[in-house]
Design a protein around this ligand. Sequence first.
Ligand SMILES: [Zn+2]
Length: 352
Amino acid sequence: MRKQLIGAGLRVIRASRIDRVTANLTRGLGAILMFHHVRPDNPERAGFRPNGFLEITPEFLDAVIVTLRRLGFEILDLDAAAAWIAGPSRPEAQPFAVLTFDDGYRDNVEHALPVLRRHGAPFTLYVTTGFADRTARLWWHELELAIARADEIDVEIGSERLKLPAAGDAEKTRAYEILYRRLRGGPEETLLTVIGELADRYGVDGRKLVEDECLDFQEIVALAREPLCTIGAHTLTHPMLAKHDIAVVRRELGESRQLIAAQIGRAVSDVAYPVGDPTSAGPREFSAARDAGFVTGVTTRPGMIFACHAAHLTALPRLSINGNWQEIGYVEALLSGVPFALWNGGRRLNVA
Ligand SMILES: [Zn+2]
């Protein structure tokens, strides 16, 4: 339902051409784009794809870059963008775009890098050290694979017993949504325990999943030599930081920064907060990131970048390139900044 509403809104914005009229007001200085997986479509998984929004095709990445340049966006690396945001104000007719990839997926090297190279487009890859050394868990993938293999979900979450039918694609999708929402709202330990039990029950090997999907340090070190690439940090274990003690937050931010820097032989000045919504990263995390030595920090809060972000460089919003919306018209509407102006009620800064 929400998906349909958003789609309708984006179509209205495109049809009305309101994006052209208001762009100078709503687009601001530019945008930081967020990507996850980049790989060819897998038709086998067409029916039940709860994580499909985290995945686009290489052709669509290509089309996004072409569109950015056609619309006059200059593609910058994060250092240059930070200087641009904090520096003397630029003409808004010449916006910037930053391309960012979260988690450190191997498909980013296999399928995104050739496209980025072809366009000479700089990009940032945020590495979770626990994915690189195979100690952290892609719990949202584990949950998807477990439900894909189940006919019925029967779990205990705290004192509550949850039984959900999961026979066909529609039931699986609904079961995923209910479980995801229920677990995401609670403590991280419960989420990891419940999904771990489901993974065991349905023979999902979490470690193998990470090995299959994520770059290891050897591959990350090789990628770091790529002149277009900036390596950023995405913590040690990919936790929802705001749910943990400040000591955990400091360790996750500081140690991941040092570990990655030691591996790639270069300072790491950029961080992406895992999950990145307000329940995962807030003012405490934004200042902890600064204390840990990061210059920029990106969230998953939606929004464009304005001059007022100069005072909040570790609390930057992003524009999600959503795999469920692989149509250039939607991306153009988002790049106008109009949807964010509406969603954020005209507010440019969302850092509380
Ligand atoms: Zn992530």
